[in-house]
Design a protein around this ligand. Sequence first.
Ligand SMILES: [Cu+2]
Length: 56
Amino acid sequence: MAHMPPGRSGELVWTFNRAGDFDFACLIAGHYQAGMVGRIEVVRAIAGTGAPARKP
Ligand SMILES: [Cu+2]
């Protein structure tokens, strides 16, 4: 879990080992219900190019 004080910004690195759609949410009480949620679409990369491949 990562925390940032109000008004600050930071960086969080997620490494995915497979393609797909992944839901994420803030785990602080009440924040999920307030809408701090999202979805990440991870696509395969074409080997050696870094270019996105078709969605699985
Ligand atoms: Cu939150």
